[in-house]
Write a protein that binds this ligand. Structure first.
Ligand code: IMP
Ligand code: MG
Length: 172
């Protein structure tokens, strides 16, 4: 496994992002909604760097099958977003298909505002037009794992962002 982004680099960016969001949402009713499962570590670190009052919820949405984007599915109950300033927290925006579906749902449910916050941005494969309000890093078109992100459900607990070797990719 190769390191793409180190633990130290992650910590520095997430801390700075927390500060920015705290300034932007001063006096607003803030609701952070993490997209399961990949966002769980980023969300946990990010909320501890935000100093304004906030609520946390999760949704499960998936448009991935192995390493390729597929059909979007949103599972379970949709959080109550009416009148709230929502930030959707994603691990990584790749094609943007997952996110486009999620934003549509929240708009229809009457959120006061909707912003998108992703730990990683992989802009080269973007298919849907999504505006990204906050991000930590832009990365090239590589399949990455760690800091919540998986390869066939493994490697989410890796502390840094890594790129798997061909052998590791074959092994599953
Ligand atoms: P999108 O709908 O194509 O933008 O897919 C976004 C979702 O696919 C992310 O939330 C991740 O769960 C997953 N994903 C995209 N790229 C990667 C990657 O490089 N490693 C692991 N998961 C990824
Ligand atoms: Mg995801």
């Amino acid at each position: 496994m190769k390191t793409l982004i180190s633990e130290e680099q992650i910590k520095e960016k997430v801390t700075a992002l927390g500060r920015t969001i705290s300034q932007d949402y001063e006096g607003k009713e803030l609701l952070l909604i993490g997209v399961q499962k990949g966002s769980f570590i980023f969300l946990a670190d990010l909320v501890r760097e935000i100093t304004v009052p906030l609520e946390i919820d999760f949704i499960s949405a998936q448009s991935y099958d192995g390493i390729e984007s597929g059909i979007l599915e949103i599972f379970g109950k949709i959080p109550v977003v009416k009148g709230k300033h929502v930030i959707i927290v994603e691990d990584i925006i790749d094609t943007g298909k997952t996110l486009a579906g999620v934003i549509g749902k929240f708009k229809a449910e009457g959120a006061a505002s909707i912003a998108v916050c992703a730990f990683l941005d992989k802009p080269s494969r973007r298919a849907s037009l999504v505006k990204m309000d906050y991000k930590c890093f832009e990365i090239p078109d590589e399949f990455v794992i760690g800091y919540g992100m998986d390869y066939n459900e493994k490697y989410r607990n890796n502390k840094f962002i890594g790129i798997l070797s061909t052998e590791e990719l074959v092994r599953k």
